[in-house]
Design a protein around this ligand. Structure first.
Ligand SMILES: *Cc1c(COP(=O)(O)O)cnc(C)c1O
Length: 386
C-alpha cells in the first residue's frame, strides 16, 4: 500500500468492538487482568497504552522499522535514545544541530560522562577524524536547521555500521512521507512529532522508531523505565494530524519552493538556503535520498538592520519559534532558537545576525509573498530614513 493510504487509514481498523473509524482515546492507566497469569496485553499505561499503541505501530510501519515509541516531546525521545549510552561513550553529531539537542548533549549528557563531537556528517574524512575507540553513536540531522546542510544517509550509516556505531537520524524536517532513513541503513529514527507529523502547532510530542530486535528491546526498556511517554489525548491528536500529512507536505513543499525562488531574486536578500534549489550544495544528495523537500528554509538579508523592522511588520506570518505547522512562522535563529549554541560554533556554521528562518505554512503563496513584500518595503523605507 502507498504511504498516502497508510497515513489516511491510521487506526481505522484497530477497534474491533465498536468499529470506530477514529480510534478512541483510552484514558485508563490500569487494566483489569482476566485471572492470575493472564493479561489483556495491557497492564499499566506507562508500559503500554491502547491509543498510544495504535500510533506506535503506525509510525513503525511508516518508517519501515520494527518498533515505535511515542514520547512526551522530541527532546524526551532524544533523551530516551541517549540513555542507551554510558559513562565514557562518545557520539559524533551533525554540526548545525537543533539547539535543544546541543543543550541536552553539552549540559546534561556530559554530567553522565557521555561526550560529543560536532562535524560535517556528510564528510567521511571528518567522521573518521572524530572517531575514537569509544565512539558508540552517530546522530544525523538532514537537512539541518536552519542552514539546510545535507548528509548522505546511506554513506554515513554504512560508515557507522562498519565501525559498530549505532546510527540515529532525526527525521523531523522531512517525515517518512519524503524520507525513510531506516530504508537507507539507519538503526534508529527520532522525530519531534510536534512539527510536521502533528502539523497544527497544537501538540508537543516525540517519536522513536528502531530497526532490529536488540535495539527495539533496549529502547522499549528505556521508554518504560524513564517514563517520558505520550498521553492518550496527545497520541490521538498526533494520529489525527498524521492522517493529512501527505497533503500538507505537498503544499508546504510547493509554497516553500515558490517563496524561496521569489526571495532569491529580491534585491534585499543576499542568500537563500533551500535544498530544492538546484544550486544548493546538497541538492543532488537530497534528490537521491528523499522524494521531496521540507517546508522550512532560511535566508540571509544583505543588511542586518532590516531584521528588526521585518519581524515587527509581518502580519500573516507570525514571529514565533517552532516549525512544521499549517500556520507560517518566522524566527531569528541567532537570538531565538540557537541562543544556547556558542557564538563560535554559530559563526562556523553560518547562523549570523542576518539570517531568518521561515517555516512556510499551507496558506496561499500569493498572500505570504504579499506579506513579505510589505514588510520588506517598510524595512527599506526605515533604512532610507536613517
Ligand atoms: C523541535 C525539534 C526537536 C525537539 O523537539 P520538541 O518536540 O520541541 O521537544 C528536535 N529536533 C529537531 C530537528 C526539532 O526541530
Amino acid at each position: 500500500m502507498r504511504i498516502e493510504s497508510k497515513l489516511a487509514q491510521i487506526g481505522s481498523v484497530s477497534e474491533p468492538v465498536t468499529g470506530a473509524v477514529s480510534y478512541p482515546i483510552v484514558q485508563s492507566t490500569a487494566f483489569r487482568h482476566p485471572k492470575l497469569g493472564q493479561s489483556t496485553g495491557f497492564d499499566y499505561a506507562r508500559t503500554k497504552s491502547p491509543t498510544r499503541k495504535v500510533l506506535e505501530e503506525a509510525v513503525a510501519e511508516l518508517e519501515s522499522g520494527d518498533a515505535g515509541f511515542a514520547c512526551s516531546s522530541g527532546m524526551a525521545a532524544l533523551q530516551t535514545v541517549f540513555a542507551m549510552f554510558r559513562q565514557g561513550d562518545h557520539l559524533i553529531v551533525s554540526l548545525d544541530l537543533y539547539g535543544g539537542t546541543y543543550r541536552l548533549l553539552e549540559q546534561i549528557m556530559t554530567r553522565f560522562g557521555v561526550t560529543a563531537s560536532y562535524v560535517d556528517t556528510n564528510n567521511i574524512d571528518e567522521l573518521e577524524a572524530a572517531r575514537t575507540p569509544n565512539t558508540k553513536g552517530l546522530l544525523i540531522e538532514t537537512p539541518t536547521n536552519p542552514l539546510m546542510m545535507i548528509t548522505d544517509i546511506e554513506a554515513s550509516c554504512a560508515w557507522a555500521r562498519r565501525h559498530g556505531i549505532v546510527s540515529i537520524v532525526d527525521n523531523t524536517l522531512l517525515t517518512p512521507y519524503f524520507q525513510r532513513p531506516i530504508e537507507l541503513g539507519a538503526d534508529i529514527v527520532v522525530h519531534s512529532a510536534t512539527k510536521y507529523l502533528a502539523g497544527h502547532n497544537d501538540v508537543l510530542c516525540g517519536l522513536i522508531v528502531t530497526k532490529g530486535e536488540e535495539l527495539s528491546k533496549e529502547i522499549a526498556f528505556l521508554h518504560n523505565s524513564i517514563g517520558a511517554v505520550l498521553g492518550p489525548q496527545d497520541s490521538w491528536l498526533l494520529m489525527r494530524g498524521m492522517k493529512t500529512l501527505a497533503l500538507r507536505m505537498e503544499r508546504h513543499q510547493h509554497n516553500a519552493t515558490v517563496i524561496s525562488n521569489w526571495l532569491r531574486s529580491h534585491p534585499m536578500v543576499a542568500e537563500v538556503f533551500y535544498p530544492a534549489l538546484t544550486d544548493h550544495p546538497g541538492h543532488e544528495i537530497q534528490t537521491k535520498q528523499s522524494s521531496g523537500n521540507t517546508g522550512i528554509f532560511s535566508f540571509k538579508m544583505k543588511d542586518a538592520r532590516t531584521i528588526e523592522p521585518i519581524l515587527r511588520s509581518i502580519k500573516l506570518i507570525a514571529f514565533a519559534e517552532s516549525l512544521g505547522g499549517v500556520e507560517s512562522l518566522m524566527t531569528y535563529p541567532a537570538v531565538q532558537t540557537h541562543a544556547d549554541i556558542p557564538e563560535e560554533i554559530r559563526r562556523k556554521v553560518g547562523v549570523d545576525d542576518r539570517l531568518l528562518r521561515f517555516s512556510v505554512g499551507i496558506e496561499h503563496s500569493d498572500d505570504l509573498i504579499a506579506d513579505l513584500e510589505q514588510a520588506f518595503a517598510k524595512a527599506a523605507e526605515e533604512l532610507n530614513q536613517q
